[in-house]
Design a protein around this ligand. Structure first.
Ligand code: SF4
Length: 157
């Protein structure tokens, strides 16, 4: 069983009401049970919604109450992102999930690289809040750009 960002699955949960459907991710359903989650919806944010980025600190700081996430209107949505991360972890624990495939660059789901908080499309090193919480709880995280790596690491299953 693998948790997957719901937008990669084709669900219209993206901030603009669209999706990030990914054929490679969907193909994994032939071999794995995929459970779609959208941390931002789980945190109580509406769809569509204003896009948000980590504007102060990094995901670890946000989880420690020292960082901040705002949408592009300057509204603080840190609390919703934290709730979404915790609810996502709750689902992961309920199912004994060890691996997640999450959407690259997102302030919730991104892993390794995320948007830098300037709303200019600029990237910086770092994780989204849910991805960071998963990693801190021993859940391996891949992005949709690492499917080959995921398959290579799980080929014995
Ligand atoms: S990247 Fe994550 S939080 Fe954003 S729409 Fe996709 S599943 Fe939801």
């Amino acid at each position: 069983m693998i948790l997957v960002s719901a937008c990669l699955f084709g669900l219209n949960c993206k901030y603009n009401g669209g999706d990030n459907k990914n054929k490679e991710v969907l193909k994994l359903i032939e071999k794995y049970q995929l459970i779609p989650i959208c941390p931002e919806q789980l945190g109580g944010l509406s769809t569509p919604r204003h896009p948000a980025e980590i504007v102060s600190g990094d995901a670890k700081d946000v989880l420690n109450g020292k960082g901040k996430i705002e949408n592009n209107c300057g509204e603080d949505v840190t609390e919703q992102f934290l709730k979404g991360a915790q609810e996502s972890l709750k689902i992961a624990k309920l199912y004994g999930i060890k691996v997640a495939i999450l959407k690259a660059k997102s302030p919730s789901c991104g892993c390794g690289v995320i948007y830098d908080g300037t709303f200019t499309g600029t990237l910086k090193k770092g994780n989204g809040v849910t991805a960071e919480l998963f990693l801190q709880n021993g859940i391996k995280v891949y992005t949709e750009n690492e499917i080959e790596k995921f398959i290579g690491n799980n080929s014995e299953n």
